[in-house]
Design a protein around this ligand. Sequence first.
Ligand code: HEC
Ligand code: HEC
Ligand code: HEC
Ligand code: HEC
Ligand code: HEC
Ligand code: HEC
Length: 474
Amino acid sequence: MVYKSLIPRILFILSLMLVTISVQAEVSASSGKTLFKNNCASCHNKNMKDDLTGPALGGVQERWEGREELLYSWIRNSQAVIASGDEYAVNLYNKWNKALMNPFTNLTDDEVGSLLLYINNMYSAGCAEPPCEDAVPGGPAIAAEQTNNTPLYLTLMVILGILAVVLARIVSNLNHMVQTKEGNAPAQRATLVDMLTSKGMIAFVLFALVIFGGYTTVNNAINLNRMQGYAPDQPIKFSHATHAGLQQIDCQYCHDGARRSKHSVIPAANTCMNCHKAIKKGSQYGTAEITKIYASVGYDPATDKMIENYEDMDIDAIKKVYTDWIESNYRKDNSIEEGTALPKDGVEEVAAQWDGIVSSLTTDVKDHVSGPIPWVRIHNLPDHVYFNHAQHVTVGKQECQTCHGPVEEMELLYQYSPLSMGWCINCHRQTEVQFSGNEYYESYEMYHNQIKDGKREKVTVEEIGGLECQKCHY
Ligand code: HEC
Ligand code: HEC
Ligand code: HEC
Ligand code: HEC
Ligand code: HEC
Ligand code: HEC
């Protein structure tokens, strides 16, 4: 009898462990480093000591002392904190000439925590995870917090699970023995099936499911409609800041669909070639990124000719064309004569660039480097919604930036607006229709006449039917 109560106890302890694991925080300087590199490094210096487009971040936690929560909000959406009128935030913004910091609304608390840990370590110790190899003398070393232990925990869970079954087996055998000894009518010995369907086991499984289910549901609910700020890495480090900002190329030069059709369309590599036939090396990445365009269309930059039958060419021959090109540029940059051996660094650089081309241009569905560049789609309305670019850009005369934000400042493009129904509706309520000189509105005689007679100042999109369900829903 005594032993029987053991089973629920073991199971209870197991459940507790499961709970501990599922709420395990994963704050780490190494994930902070990756996050920083992908999201912040374009504007904040990674030495944390010098200013760049944005201020040096070293010591930022001291500057926001006692207002940790607000600092987290700032990192997620600095404009919201500025709009709230916070004095420090407003002063900072003005000091930086109202330069915009991107919103990162999809960062979790753990991720922001990781970022701050990384910032602090870089600032005070000079590396992500102190003690550093060549530590700054006198710099206080802050131990890096937990690393990712998930695989370890999973293994542990499995072992404990097996242990529990074995123990339960032993307990049931012991019970059987005790009962036989006491002369009780020998109960049927519990089989494995009995055990797996025992109350304790069922309770355990239910409990585990509830915890797990709750955790994922809440997580998903939070992430729903959280695509705002989504900024996936793209196969080529294409920068809107360089092209639309610095070079002032018109949005519609590349996205010419916006004016005349439902979709804006991502430009084909041929559009890139209009300029990159001539611009073969960039000031930032040298040959590393632009060569990817050539490999996708089959252009040999050394001879300035398109390669014939490129799609059927085998990968080794293609590799030769582009590694030769990368190598000859490497030689030029480092003044190494043709015919002499490349140093180890050079060999590695050429190999790394070729690997970069292959991994950027091939995907699960496309196993050749030729063909369209596999850009990752960022904006995506559900299928039941009808949205038309031409209607907004050409007829409604809306600027791209009203919906897509300061694209010309974006190093890596991100989704600026929430794309929720409320967002569409709000704008339709507030935005005035541009009547003057617009044939599309000839049919709204009544409104026209009212404006002429001075009875009405403006007409909003709402008043021409912009809130009717079927206008936006199929
Ligand atoms: C597009 C450029 C840009 C990017 C990307 C960017 N920031 Fe900023 N950040 C700024 C600017 C500019 C300021 C100064 C305030 C202002 O003008 O809004 C700032 C200010 C800050 C501040 C306040 C500093 C202080 O001294 O109080 C923090 C914290 C900060 N950024 C963190 C981050 C983090 C973390 C990331 C990445 C997740 C990031 N920023 C990405 C431009 C950027
Ligand atoms: C030189 C060509 C070029 C110019 C000019 C250009 N873009 Fe782009 N745009 C691209 C490419 C390539 C992509 C896909 C890669 C990416 O997302 O960065 C893209 C992606 C986008 C996306 C995201 C599409 C998605 O996946 O949801 C938006 C929005 C966008 N551009 C808006 C603009 C706006 C607004 C301008 C003008 C301020 C502009 N672009 C200027 C080439 C260009
Ligand atoms: C109208 C001309 C034009 C078009 C079209 C154009 N680019 Fe560019 N691109 C430039 C210029 C100018 C630069 C700056 C070169 C430099 O860094 O000095 C540049 C730079 C780049 C760079 C950065 C290279 C580096 O190392 O700094 C990449 C990558 C790039 N372009 C990719 C593309 C892609 C992909 C497309 C097509 C979607 C495209 N470009 C279309 C003019 C153009
Ligand atoms: C009224 C808001 C609005 C304006 C103005 C607007 N867009 Fe968009 N854009 C959207 C929405 C919403 C989507 C998502 C569409 C979808 O998923 O079907 C989108 C998607 C895109 C895409 C991804 C490809 C596609 O068509 O789905 C590109 C590229 C783009 N826009 C570029 C532009 C450019 C360039 C301009 C200016 C000429 C512009 N947009 C003006 C709201 C707007
Ligand atoms: C920046 C403001 C703005 C946003 C955001 C916006 N719209 Fe519009 N929308 C307009 C304007 C202005 C018009 C008027 C142009 C016209 O009458 O054709 C319009 C017209 C329309 C029309 C045609 C209505 C009619 O009566 O003919 C549809 C459909 C539409 N929008 C769908 C959407 C959807 C879907 C979204 C969200 C994904 C959206 N809009 C977001 C400004 C906006
Ligand atoms: C101006 C455009 C617009 C109008 C008008 C509009 N919707 Fe929507 N609706 C949207 C967009 C955009 C979404 C997608 C939101 C998302 O993905 O978060 C949506 C989503 C929905 C959904 C799915 C649930 C959700 O939030 O994702 C329902 C249901 C819905 N709309 C019903 C309606 C009804 C009923 C009306 C009329 C009273 C209406 N809509 C009018 C743009 C519109």
